[in-house]
Design a binder for this molecule. Structure first.
Ligand code: LLP
Length: 440
């Protein structure tokens, strides 16, 4: 490794394919093959997040080509993976950004994202929102009170409105953010109140925003998109419709991803029809998080113990909910690849668990059931074997039980298209975990 934290992997590319270990074929991760995994683990230790630049680029290209009638702005929902190097990569690709707090706005700006490329849709309007809006940040008011506060602080300003369109759809109940049971956005039937608050403060409503959930059913998404056009009709100054994110990706073979070309085509037609009927050529905005990063990231870790009961065999990783919380939170499915150091002829059905003192720190849960144990058929494992958990680019490094059991925040590494691996975040130290504690 060079002092800069860069390791050259060129000599390893192509060497890590579907290797045979003993008589069984080792199922290898797409970009984190055994030899690359070994090189990164030696240089940076485990656990560690690894992102693949080529995949990030390809996913960005797919979203920039989203079907549209009169122009599209693709915003990266940065909560999915907020590392500055990832933000910069997407900035260079031409993406814009969706921030969900004032802190995310400032974080994007610190990474070099110009204010005009950021929009804020937040459950909590930051204290300094007026300052941010004056800098050029765009805002979608997500409640009537938010709209009032914006109006009082900046009368005459241009705003977007995030509506709850009355329906939602998510891969799980926890990721559905639309319908009567959801606190996200302004209920669509309160459009008259929106108009009167806007009129009192001379606010100009130029954008309608809806986001109904993550892992949304594409049919529901399309229906809500059409319904959102009806909301646009009620606001004559609106020139942009933001249809949020939520596009599914397949992390494991049993899942089916959403094809942006297929889901977007009828929406393009609806925008064209709207233009014919109404005269407005609406700009489309989309704000995917998962789609852009989920399958571009993985957690590289090690087996640190193998234990059993009379009925179960467990692999204990040196990672877990401290790096990847999604299985424990949603019962989400992530592929697990094991790279045995010693050749083996055997495969075993293992329950894969994390290192936290928490029975819920379970990686191999049943689909949608965080508390139900399931097994993964893997090569016979021994302590020290490398393990790769796939589909971990979205809502993993940015959404974990960081520092639980005082485990430090794991480093992040970017596999670059030039054949090198660059450290883009260091491992946290114990002193950094403790730095804000005050003893007397
Ligand atoms: N726009 C808004 C306003 C959002 O709240 C979200 C996600 C997105 C866009 C991006 O959604 P995506 O394309 O990533 O589905 N932590 C969960 C999902 C909840 C995300 C919340 N908001 C996960 O691990 O899947």
């Amino acid at each position: 490794m060079e002092a800069s934290g860069v390791i050259n992997l060129k000599r390893l590319v192509g060497k890590g394919g579907n290797g045979k270990v003993g008589a069984i074929t080792v199922d290898t991760h797409r970009f984190l093959t055994p030899s690359i995994a070994q090189a990164i683990a030696s240089a940076h230790g485990t656990p560690c997040y690894v992102y693949d630049e080529a995949t990030l680029n390809a996913q960005a290209d797919a979203m920039l080509a989203f079907p549209n009638a009169f122009g599209v702005t693709a915003r990266f929902a940065m909560k999915a993976c907020p590392n500055a190097s990832v933000l910069r990569l997407f900035l260079a690709k031409g993406l814009h950004f969706d921030a969900s707090s004032g802190y995310e706005v400032r974080r994007a700006m610190k990474a070099g994202v110009p204010a005009e490329r950021i929009s804020l849709s937040s459950q909590e309007l930051p204290e300094d929102f007026a300052e941010l809006l004056k800098l050029g940040i765009q805002v979608n008011a997500c409640s009537l009170l938010q709209l009032e506060r914006i109006g009082r602080a900046l009368p005459g300003h241009e705003v977007g409105i995030r509506f709850n369109p009355g329906r939602g759809s998510g891969g799980t109940g926890k990721t559905n953010v639309g319908g009567p049971d959801s606190s996200f956005g302004i209920w669509f039937e309160w459009a008259d109140q929106v108009k009167s608050i806007a009129a009192q403060n001379k606010l100009k409503i130029i954008r309608i925003h809806t986001h109904i959930g993550s892992g949304s059913d594409p049919v529901v998404w399309q229906e809500v998109s059409a319904a959102s056009l009806a909301l646009v009709k009620a606001f004559p100054e609106v020139h942009t419709l933001n249809l949020g994110g939520g596009y599914k990706v397949a992390r494991v073979a049993a899942e089916k991803g959403t094809d942006p070309q297929i889901v977007g085509a009828p929406v393009r037609a609806a925008f064209e029809k709207f233009a014919k009927d109404d005269g407005r050529k609406l700009k489309l905005e989309i704000e995917p998080g998962t789609f852009l990063v989920a399958n571009a990231g993985a957690v590289l870790c090690r087996v640190q113990d193998v234990v059993s009961t009379d009925t179960r065999k467990f692999i204990k990783l040196d990672s877990g909910m401290t790096e990847i919380l999604r299985p424990s939170l949603y019962g989400s499915q992530h592929p697990v690849h094991l790279y045995p150091a010693k050749p083996t002829d055997k495969s075993v059905d293992y329950v894969v668990v994390g290192h936290c003192c928490e029975s819920g720190d379970l990686i191999s849960c049943a689909p949608g059931e965080p508390e139900t144990l399931a097994t993964r058929q893997l090569p016979e494992a021994h302590a020290g074997d490398l393990c790769v958990i796939g589909g971990a680019g979205a809502y993993c490094a940015g959404m974990s039980t960081k520092n639980y059991n005082s485990f430090p925040e794991a480093p992040e590494v970017l596999l670059q298209t030039n054949g090198s691996a660059r450290l883009i975040r260091r491992r946290q130290s114990l002193d950094q975990i403790l730095q804000n504690e005050i003893l007397d």
